[in-house]
Design a protein around this ligand. Structure first.
Ligand SMILES: [Zn+2]
Length: 297
């Protein structure tokens, strides 16, 4: 009776242990195909890992943390260690929204004079917006990257300066999208604003461009007069808070005029900012299908 009972117990235990083993095997079998699938996906997929992918992982980890950490449940904002801000550069530009500000724009470049224009801006802790031609991007890759590194803005000024009101839709698409793509390939940045050559627009064209169109309120006529005194006379007889100044980084006279005008504008109390900054700090919106000349208070 006792032996029989022991034998039954033994058989029962053997069956039980086999069950456990088989259950483990079963679990492993269940997990492995999943792992393999994940690996396959990672290997075969060419898709970039997006911010959202990372965010989901982080969120899952936070959930796990919360479950395992008993009463110590921190939210991200209540992290136990204070977050130390990155030390700010001492030469960082500070923009005062209530003080006068203007945007200088240089069209038709980049050219051999553009690096020197960038030097003047940098020396004066100022920035500008460069409406570049797509056809000049390839030869001026370094200059374009320098513009962005130093806080300047790049705008689209078409591929080769055609009057956009006179061309087909297909050509228009190439002029704008082609220039966007060339700038993107060179710098990783896509221009958000457009200035059509000659400022030539009509209502239909502005709608088709699908970016904010930026015109100007002070015309230096530097392309015409090629004269330092005349360029600066046009600036200083007209400039006021919120103006957008039109110049061309294509002429030596414009470079020479900039050497005088930029420090002089600053000494007269103007902050020299990009188009995006001018609109942002004045609380003005920029919309596709609209055109803008200035941001007056
Ligand atoms: Zn132009």
């Amino acid at each position: 009776m006792t032996k029989k009972f022991l034998a039954v117990i033994l058989v029962f235990m053997i069956v039980l242990s086999m069950g456990t083993v088989s259950a483990n095997v079963h679990n492993n079998e269940k997990q492995e195909p999943n792992d393999v699938q994940v690996n396959k996906l990672t290997e075969s997929s060419n898709e970039l890992i997006t911010n959202d992918d990372i965010k989901t992982d982080v969120e899952e980890n936070i959930k796990h943390e919360t479950v395992n950490s008993g009463n110590k449940q921190y939210t991200v904002t209540e992290a136990p260690e204070p977050i130390i801000p990155v030390e700010e550069k001492s030469d960082k530009r500070v923009i005062y929204p209530d003080k006068p500000m203007i945007a200088i724009t240089y069209d038709d470049g980049p050219s051999v004079y553009t690096p020197e224009v960038l030097d003047i801006l940098k020396e004066n802790n100022s920035v500008a917006t460069f409406f570049v031609l797509g056809s000049r991007v390839y030869d001026n890759n370094d200059t374009l990257n320098r513009m962005l590194e130093e806080g300047n803005q790049i705008g689209n000024h078409s591929y080769n300066h055609k009057n956009l009101t006179t061309i087909s839709d297909e050509e228009l698409y190439k002029q704008i999208k082609g220039t966007d793509d060339l700038v993107y390939i060179a710098t990783g940045y896509t221009p958000s604003v457009m200035r059509p050559p000659y400022g030539s627009t009509n209502k239909e064209l502005i709608q088709k461009i699908s970016k904010p169109v930026i015109k100007w309120s002070v015309d230096t006529r530097d392309w015409e007069n090629r004269n330092v005194e005349m360029i600066n006379k046009n600036i200083f007889e007209n400039v006021k808070d919120g103006d957008i100044i039109l110049m061309h980084d294509l002429y030596e006279s414009t470079l020479e005029a900039s050497k005088i005008a930029i420090p002089e504008l600053i000494s007269r109390g103007f902050q020299i900012v990009t188009i995006d900054e001018l609109f942002e700090y004045r609380g003005a919106s920029l919309a596709a299908g609209e055109q803008y000349y200035n941001v007056y208070k």
